[in-house]
Design a protein around this ligand. Structure first.
Ligand SMILES: [Zn+2]
Ligand SMILES: [Zn+2]
Length: 813
């Protein structure tokens, strides 16, 4: 046997196997490979420079599934891509290169983004390799590459032709900081304190009408006053006009049930636009547009003397002026919820502008139905999608007034405004630099204005099944591969990535994008708080890999069921490392006492049958336990319940195998005398077979360590190139034996009693015991008597006696 390292050292072994896997193409996918395809719609991470701990957590979960399916004989398509377009990349490039997109020429900034991505992507992807992802990294997509741009534009044209996308001037959620429209799904709530201001509007009879508002700076946008139709205080005023303070214009007093009579004075102003209700009233009552805020969040000419101020400054100024005129008669501090842009945390506004929308509001029922067609792991996550769809108020806005994104393949006729689409064969295209073919189909005009907006990044990543499949399939075969088998992802992007992908798949293919989804939780800090740079509680997975190895990190990540958040715990990572060390040591110890070559041959040779026919009872016990372990872990994996599988394996290894079985059979393993030939062979065979099976069960969790052990101790020339090609173990019904499991339990109890006895007396574990008396019923006696020699050997007992009794009792003297 070659020289075998005493210590298991992940920092040496892990890089070695990464190189080996890549060189041997162990995870390469081809539609022609053997087995049914199992396809995974891997989330393309947003290039942000570095993988974070939340990534490491949820991606390893996907990898457990991929590796398990591969070992089950499936032809696993586990692709990889990066999500590179849109705002996140712009922000990253601005930060890394210390530039502002808005201060640069558009094309220069786009070039800088592309260059920067080229620089940082290889290192970024390397982090995913280092955690042991079994993706086929030989082909990677980037959501901004030529093919993705082409696919994205092609499917936009498909939406347009199917009349599922439209352009409209309408109120839209707007981020004044990013200066772009954003989608409902990009909003976050923020609790804040503000003032409810009681402001006096004058009625024609000079009486006061008190309006309660949190946004007095929008007075110049006020187009109506609303009261509840059932509010007796105001019934007579409905239809009359009220004068807006400061600006002096008069607006109608209208009635609508959306007004909350109990809030403030019960009379509110409708501004275009202060909030979502304003938009609804604007549409329902065809109210005029009065824009007081521009795209940068500054007051417009409409706001007269307040023009040019920020909304915040205008608010304090107006309050001051109202006070002077005695038109502010009350102020009450309240806590309320603001909508902020998730990416920059800026409070959003609602602005009227022309945007592209994908229709979703009319499809709610259909989309909820599609959500039900998909099998969810865990099932309760499905309601998140359902609630999201039910609560939608806007169609999906996909246009962004930004720079680094996929352009719309669209021009507008300069004469009549008609949309002119690009030819599919010319894609990908940038309408800013290319010209359309032919004349305007509506008016015959030949002058066109290019669309300057770009698509939101979700408009492309929602096509991820197509992007992934296209890496390996011809374009015409892609549709046949949908639905894919599995979409794994974290729960925070159910309302975006998951929802949008369902929308697109419905429109383009009229089916669900995948048959199953699995949803991972988040990583919190050790106190259960969200990790963030400002709290200083983030953990770098790269550091953990350096200190403990990727396997230890993965073993930790396997510790929670799907959908559960996990608190980071370095102790748990250390426990994983301890497990690896023990597994290495136990295997090393056993293999040094086994003639590996002989056993390798006997796996298929004549010896195998002879040994199996003469197995010792104690050996049959651990083999029966092993069959149970194979059966339960397989069942768990089929349900994506890898954490139960991990727990069962740990328990088997620490308690049954290492602490008991190996200790019990040690003497049979050491004794090379001819009279122990059968006993030794039986123990050797059993240990070999248990370890080899356990190794394969553990391979999805700890791919590096299991590969190292396999290559060092098990692999013969005829065997599979890698542990990951060895196949998943099947439970052997002939070895499953409930009676042996029961007997084994008693055996373990007796061993524990002897250990306790010796420990309490300060005796060595090897110390001889004169007599052990076991009281038990006749059945138990038969069951455990078979292992009497093993019991004697492990406890160094001279004599074991049985006594009749109803309850198991052990007396040691
Ligand atoms: Zn923003
Ligand atoms: Zn025209």
């Amino acid at each position: 046997m070659k020289e075998i390292s005493k210590r298991y050292n992940p920092s040496e072994t892990e890089p070695k196997w990464l190189v080996f896997w890549e060189k041997e193409g162990i995870y390469k996918f081809s539609p022609k490979n053997k087995g049914d395809v199992f396809s995974i719609d891997t989330p393309p991470p947003t290039v942000s420079g570095k993988m974070h701990i939340g990534h490491a957590y949820s991606y390893t979960h996907e990898d457990f599934v991929a590796r398990y399916q591969k070992m089950r004989g499936k032809n696993v398509l586990f692709p990889f891509g990066t999500d590179d377009n849109g705002l996140p990349t712009e922000r990253l490039v601005e930060k890394l290169k210390k530039v502002r997109a808005s201060k640069m020429k558009r094309q220069d900034f786009i070039d800088l983004c592309n260059e920067t991505l080229k620089e940082i992507t290889p290192d970024f992807v390397a982090d995913w390799k280092k955690i042991g992802m079994s993706c086929d990294f030989s082909k990677i997509y980037s959501t901004i590459d030529d093919n993705c741009r082409r696919v994205s534009q092609k499917f936009f044209i498909d939406l347009y032709k199917k009349q599922k996308v439209y352009r409209q001037e309408a109120p839209v959620v707007w981020c004044p900081h990013c200066q772009t429209a954003i989608a409902q799904a990009e909003l976050e709530d923020k609790e804040a304190e503000t003032f409810f201001n009681d402001i006096v509007f004058k009625l024609p009879n000079k009486k006061n009408l008190v309006i309660a508002t949190t946004r007095p700076e929008l007075l110049s946008s006020c187009v109506a006053v609303f009261v509840h139709p059932g509010d007796k205080r105001y019934k007579k005023l409905i239809g009359q006009k009220a004068q807006v303070p400061i600006f002096q214009n008069r607006v109608e007093i209208m009635a609508d049930k959306k007004v909350d009579m109990k809030k403030g004075s019960g009379a509110v102003m409708c501004c275009t636009f202060g909030d979502k209700t304003d938009v609804e009233w604007f549409k329902e009552y065809k109210l005029p547009l009065a824009v007081s805020l521009d795209k940068a969040g500054l007051m417009t000419e409409k706001a007269k003397k307040y023009a040019g101020l920020s909304a915040k400054d205008a608010r304090s100024k107006i309050i001051e002026d109202l006070k002077k005129k005695n038109l502010l008669i009350g102020q009450k501090k309240i806590a309320h919820t603001l909508n902020i842009h998730e990416r920059c945390k800026t409070e959003v506004e609602i602005l009227n502008s022309e945007q592209w929308y994908v229709k979703v509001l009319g499809e709610k029922k259909k989309l909820i139905g599609l959500g039900e067609e998909i099998k969810w792991h865990p099932e309760f996550m499905r309601t998140r999608l359902e609630n999201w769809i039910k609560g939608l108020n806007w169609d999906w806005c996909i246009s962004r007034q930004r720079f680094f994104g996929i352009p719309f393949p669209v021009w507008y006729c300069a004469k009549c405004g008609e949309v002119k689409l690009a030819d599919e064969k010319d894609l990908p295209i940038d309408p800013l630099s290319a010209k359309p073919k032919g004349k305007c189909e509506k008016c015959g005009g030949s002058k066109f204005i290019p669309e300057r907006d770009v698509m939101d990044t979700w408009a492309t990543s929602s096509l991820s099944p197509v992007l992934a499949l296209q890496l390996f399939y011809k374009e015409n075969d892609v549709e046949k591969m949908i639905p894919m088998n599995l979409r794994p992802q974290a729960h925070d992007i159910i309302s975006t990535w998951l929802f949008y992908t369902v929308v697109r798949s419905n429109y383009h293919f009229e089916k669900i994008p995948w048959s199953e989804v699995m949803i991972s939780g988040h990583v919190l800090d050790s106190a259960g708080r969200k990790m963030s740079k400002s709290l200083g509680n983030t953990v770098e997975p790269q550091k953990i890999i350096e200190n403990f190895g990727a396997d230890a990190l993965r073993f930790w990540a396997a510790g929670r069921t799907l959908g559960q958040n996990i608190n980071f715990s370095e102790e748990e990572i250390q426990a994983g490392k301890k497990f690896l060390t023990k597994l290495w040591n136990a295997t090393r110890f056993v293999m040094m006492n086994i003639n590996t070559r002989e056993l390798n041959n006997s796996r298929i040779g004549a010896n195998y049958k002879r040994i199996r026919a003469n197995l010792y009872p104690t050996d049959k016990w651990i083999l029966a336990e092993l069959q149970e372990l194979v059966a339960t872990t397989t069942k768990s994996f089929e349900k994506y319940d890898y954490s139960s599988a991990k727990m069962a394996m740990e328990k088997f290894f620490w308690i049954k195998l290492a602490d008991n079985y190996i200790e019990i059979v040690k003497n049979r393993l050491y004794d090379e005398s001819p009279k122990n030939k059968k006993g030794r062979e039986s123990a050797q065979y059993t240990l070999y077979s248990v370890l080899f099976t356990l190794l394969r069960l553990l391979a999805p969790f700890i791919p590096f360590a299991t590969e190292e052990i396999y290559q060092t101790f098990f692999k013969s020339a005829k065997d599979a190139k890698s542990i990951h090609l060895c196949g998943w173990p099947e439970a052997d019904k002939k070895l499953a034996d409930k009676k042996k499991i029961k007997a084994g339990k008693i055996l373990v109890e007796i061993v524990a009693a002897m250990r306790k006895h010796k420990a309490e007396r300060g005796l060595s574990m090897k110390a001889e015991l004169e007599k052990v008396e076991i009281s038990c019923d006749a059945k138990t006696k038969i069951a455990i008597q078979e292992s009497i020699d093993d019991m004697k050997a492990v406890g160094n007992i001279k004599e074991i006696k049985f006594k009749k009794g109803n309850k198991l009792a052990i007396k040691i003297s």
